[in-house]
Design a protein around this ligand. Structure first.
Ligand SMILES: C[C@H](N)C(=O)N1CCC[C@H]1C(=O)O
Length: 641
């Protein structure tokens, strides 16, 4: 696609052909790709913590730690992807290559979850756990590299498809992009827990983690194919050389030059980066200033993600101690996470078309940074709700898991075989008892068989309950098992309902819409043209650091009660929110294209015979512009916060 540049402003008009309703057609392939990729990522992530706990048999703390390390890695690798894309391969090729790595990682996860591979004694449990652990860790590493690497590129590549006459469409694109992320996330977090709950296996039937990972792997292949199909329609900005290398060298030079001229005899410069002017291009210095300004503002942001990403760990584990029976349907603990994308799909359109315009009508200037501050506050509120729910659970809790455990005592003078359609208790010798086995929530039917005797009985099981059933000595041919077999409730079912988690999901998601959707667009709009992916990666880095903070706080604080940990996180975010609002107050929005154009124009003018005085005056004005420039679409005049 052609890339027409206005020689005066330097602005690019890319989307001049193949438009549908004012949008470049290529956008369609990018959003579908994002939908499939997010399906793949979130589908796998939804069952990950339970895979660690029930397949690899790790304890809650190890499962939570590895889960957050993985998530952190997924958001750390964007910086690699961005550097490769902006400086070397370009966004298009980076997306293709890393998507292949990503798909391989997903396949490795699916294979690692096939218990039959090492189940030599065919008892349903793997005999070489090291194999499964190593393969799944390799898989997770490749996934982290792939998903993280392509993430900043896809968002920025989408933004690149719009010309400067399509500012409004580009902003809508970021909302639609976020809707696609959550559409994919919603479907996958419904589907993969269902797949996981199935029983599968060659020699023995176990929970089907391999299918729960296999379907996301297939979706990643679809994502790649869709992206390739659109390849003829994309605007592909050329990488501009090793931009990150130049940035580092330029910053290094500014610091060392400043140090060399530390004596009072040298006049100070307006900005410390101006010390690089002796060697580096003024345009590059201006661009670095823009990036640093935004990155500085990002410092407090990880705390939001620290709270946000506990949905997949602490909140899911919290749900395992709750009752998921919603009458017509029974919700699995990991399925509760679907509340987040459902609310996103509802709240994003409501915010964009009702709430924000209403706030604007009331004369309030609800700037991006104000939205992000409110988003943080709402996330803190969500954790207060989580703490209240936890207190409720602690008061009523008798049991730690959502599985039901059942055992049989054989009071007969002969052995008996007991099974359900999913679980085989095996042969129970006379006057002996079986081991406890896991039974699905809801109604289960047991089949008893002993010589000629064969009968069945059914019982309902509440979440987290445990039962012992007695087979009486009097049981004989023609007996009614439903009436003869009695059961004792060892552990009562969980009584706190999962619906109580909805308020905390509502607040965290409302917070996310204000914080994350806004932040995504803010990172694109405030980035210089050659560092769009890099700033997207900077934004995603805040997610990575947020996940590391979960690990650190949970390790260091080691609070005995879970609810106190929730309160601690809420308080920390509240403090950070106050700090961020102060920093945001001093931030002034810029239009990078305009600033860059001015610098470019100045280079052109250098060729004309301008006198020194005039040029100095212009440079002064440009510097002032850079520090104070306003963002017209947010207010029209200079805008703070
Ligand atoms: C699923 C979340 N609602 C969500 O959309 N995200 C969480 C981290 C950023 C964003 C994503 O890109 O996945």
């Amino acid at each position: 696609m052609a890339d027409h540049e206005d020689p005066k402003t330097g602005k690019k008009n890319k989307g001049t052909s193949k438009e549908v309703c004012g949008y470049p057609l290529s956008i369609f392939f990018i959003v579908v790709n994002e939908f499939c990729e997010r399906f793949s990522y979130y589908g796998m992530r939804a069952v990950l913590v339970l895979y660690f706990k029930y397949f690899l048999r790790w304890d809650d703390d190890l499962a939570t730690s590895i889960y957050h390390t993985f998530v952190a890695l997924c958001y750390l690798t964007p910086i690699l992807g961005a550097i490769v894309a902006d400086s070397w391969l370009g966004k298009f090729k980076t997306i293709i290559y890393l998507s292949i790595v990503y798909a391989i990682g997903q396949v490795a996860m699916a294979v690692s979850a096939i218990h039959d591979i090492t189940d030599t004694d065919r008892d349903g449990t793997p005999n070489n756990m090291t194999f499964h652990v190593v393969l799944s860790m390799v898989g997770l590493f490749l996934i982290a590299l792939g998903t993280g690497g392509i993430k900043p590129c896809v968002a920025a590549f989408g933004g690149d498809q719009f010309g400067d006459h399509q500012e409004r469409q580009r902003r809508t694109f970021f909302s639609v992009f976020y809707l696609c992320i959550n559409g994919g996330s919603l479907l996958s977090t419904i589907i993969t827990p269902i797949l996981r709950a199935q029983n599968c296996g060659i020699y023995s039937k176990q929970k089907c983690y391999s299918l729960a990972f296999g379907v996301p792997a297939a979706l990643m292949v679809v994502a790649l194919v869709v992206f390739i199909v659109g390849s003829g329609m994309y605007y592909k900005a050329k990488p501009e050389g090793n931009i990150m290398g130049d940035v580092c060298k330029c910053i290094g030079f500014a610091i060392s030059n400043r140090y060399k001229h530390r004596s009072k005899q040298y006049p100070s410069r307006e900005h410390w980066m101006d010390w690089a002017e002796d060697k580096y291009d003024k345009l590059l210095i201006a661009q670095i200033k823009m990036v640093l300004k935004v990155l500085f503002l990002y410092i407090p942001l990880p705390m939001f993600w620290t709270l946000f990403d506990q949905k997949g760990s602490r909140w899911t584990l919290q749900a395992t101690t709750m009752d998921g029976n919603f009458g017509a349907i029974v919700i699995q603990p990991d399925q509760m996470q679907t509340v987040n994308p459902i609310l996103i799909l509802t709240l994003v359109p409501i915010m964009d078309s009702v709430i924000y315009p209403l706030i604007k009508k009331c004369g309030l200037n609800f700037t991006p940074l104000k939205r992000m501050t409110v988003g943080m506050f709402l996330a803190a509120l969500a954790f207060v709700c989580a703490a209240v729910v936890q207190i409720e659970i602690d008061v009523s809790r008798k049991h730690l898991t959502y599985f039901n455990l059942t055992q049989f005592v054989n009071g007969m003078n002969k052995p008996v075989n007991v099974s359900t359609s999913e679980v085989v208790f095996g042969q129970i010798e006379k006057f002996h008892y079986s081991n406890y086995s896991q039974i699905r929530n809801g109604r289960a039917t047991f089949f008893l068989q002993s010589g000629q005797l064969s009968c069945a009985f059914s019982r309902d099981f509440g979440f987290g309950s445990s039962y012992t059933f007695f087979i009486p000595s009097t049981l004989s041919l023609g007996s009614n098992c439903q009436e003869s077999i009695t059961g004792a409730e060892d552990i009562k079912p969980n009584s706190v309902h999962m619906a109580l988690q909805v308020p905390q999901y509502f607040f965290i998601t409302a917070g996310e819409v204000m914080f994350s959707v806004t932040g995504l667009e803010f990172s694109y709009s405030q980035a210089p043209s050659n560092m769009k992916a890099v700033l997207q990666a900077g934004w995603l880095l805040t997610v990575a650091i947020g996940n590391f903070i979960v690990l650190i706080v949970a390790e260091v604080a080691k609070l005995p009660k879970q609810w106190t940990e929730y309160v601690l996180f809420a308080s920390l975010l509240l403090c950070v929110c106050i700090i961020f609002s102060i920093m945001a107050y001093f931030y002034t929005y810029i239009d990078p294209t305009e600033i860059e154009a001015k610098f470019r124009r100045n280079v052109g003018d250098d060729d004309d015979d301008k006198n020194d005085k005039q040029r100095k005056l212009e440079m002064e004005m440009m510097k002032r512009d850079l520090d104070r420039s306003d963002d017209e679409h947010y207010k029209g005049k200079q805008t703070k916060m």
